[in-house]
Ligand binder design. Structure first.
Ligand SMILES: [Zn+2]
Ligand SMILES: [Zn+2]
Length: 381
């Protein structure tokens, strides 16, 4: 491994910062104190910054006259769950925990800021984007709506997620899709209410609902090409309130994941067809409300991520054959506006899973992430 020696020398200080953030988790877009801490470090390093989105922060560092701009994006929000670890720096806020390692992600970028404050021998502009609200709060969209891409000409953007199960010292780079899209839908099936003893004078919606739920599963096996991946999960069904009554309306809610935008289109269209077909068969009405929450995260310049990763951990420690994850990441929105690559950095083969109550970010990978960022700068600027 060829970790940057200046970054390695910062490890103790960065560990302290990471553990401080871990102790004080903030959720969603309400990341005021963590943003303050990030800004205080940027002030200390003499790096200018501005607010963007909701409680997100972007710092700008110029080196030389080059006109290429490379952005690095990390998230820094926590989750609403109770931590079950009992180390000294465990969460001090009941019901909140850094269980996705975003405390470590943002500390890696703080380490890069510290390094760049003393090393400006690159040619171009580096942006450090600390983003709030990644865990389903549309933090990335708020940054984009706030004019991030109007204010800055971003040629490339890079990011990472720590990855439990992948050994420390390994980096995974996907050639193409890295994380899945996430869509949510509701199907409202409306019939006619009536007495349970006389279904022939009402129009009960449950038979159609049962066929819709079965039909949705056949989309994955019969319509999605077998070499592609897709998931349709039913997450809620609500309807009825009496033992002896047939309700007017039943709601079916679900969640869809794919790693290919064509498959995403196919699934949305097919859900509509299944719902409409079953409704016609039973003489009820089915209305589909389909919302695309996150796009597929596609690496457009994996070759740059690959080169930088090889430089840091050696070619033998770069993994290129991992399946893309069916989890979603709002970094995907940025990839609609610029080129980039999002990598996974091993959090250790014995690490607890993401969003597990015993999860913890592995501090040993702070210099791996920061060295990866530096290698990208060396590559592009
Ligand atoms: Zn998460
Ligand atoms: Zn995460």
């Amino acid at each position: 491994m060829a970790l940057n020696s200046e970054v390695l020398a910062l490890l103790d200080e960065m560990k302290e910062i990471r553990r401080n953030i871990h102790r004080n988790p903030e959720v969603g877009l309400e990341t005021v104190e963590t943003a303050k801490l990030i800004k205080s470090k940027l002030d200390e390093y003499g790096i200018p910054y501005s607010d963007c989105g909701v409680n997100s922060v972007v710092a700008e560092i110029k080196g030389g006259e080059g006109d290429t701009t490379v952005a690095f994006r990390v998230d820094f929000d926590a989750l609403e769950m109770e931590e079950e670890n009992d180390f000294a720096y465990k969460s001090q806020v009941q019901g909140r925990m850094h269980a996705c390692g975003h405390d470590g992600h943002c500390t890696s970028l703080i380490a890069l800021a510290a390094y760049l404050s003393k090393n400006r021998d690159f040619n171009g502009t580096v942006l450090l984007l600390f983003q709030s609200g990644e865990e389903g709060y549309e933090g990335a969209l708020r940054v984009i709506e706030d004019g991030f891409f109007d204010k800055y000409k971003v040629d490339y953007m890079f990011g990472f997620h720590n990855w439990p199960g992948l050994e420390t010292g390994k980096i995974a780079v996907h050639n193409g899709a890295c994380m899945a899209s996430e869509d949510r839908f509701e199907i409202y099936v409306t019939g006619k209410s009536g007495h349970a003893s006389m279904p022939h004078v009402s129009n009960e919606p449950f038979a159609a609902v049962a066929d819709i739920i079965k039909g949705l599963q056949s989309i994955i096996v019969r319509k999605v090409p077998s070499h592609e991946r897709g998931v349709i999960s039913i997450t809620q069904v609500h309807g009825g309130s009496m033992r002896n009554g047939i309700p007017d309306r039943v709601m079916v809610q679900g969640n869809v994941r794919t790693c290919n935008e064509d498959v995403q289109d196919l699934i949305e269209e097919s859900i509509g067809q299944v719902a409409k077909g079953a409704a016609t068969m039973y003489g009820v009405k089915a209305e589909l409300d389909y919302v695309r929450k996150h796009p597929v995260l596609v690496n457009s310049v994996p070759e740059i991520g690959l080169k930088a990763a090889e430089k840091v951990v050696g070619a033998e420690n770069v993994v290129t054959d991992m399946e893309s994850s069916m989890a979603a990441e709002d970094y995907a929105f940025f990839m609609k506006h610029t080129k980039g690559c999002y990598v996974w950095i091993g959090n250790g083969s014995d690490s607890a899973a993401l969003h597990n109550s015993k999860y913890d970010f592995n501090d040993e990978i702070l210099p791996v992430a920061a060295s990866f960022f530096i290698a990208v700068i060396d590559e592009l600027l």
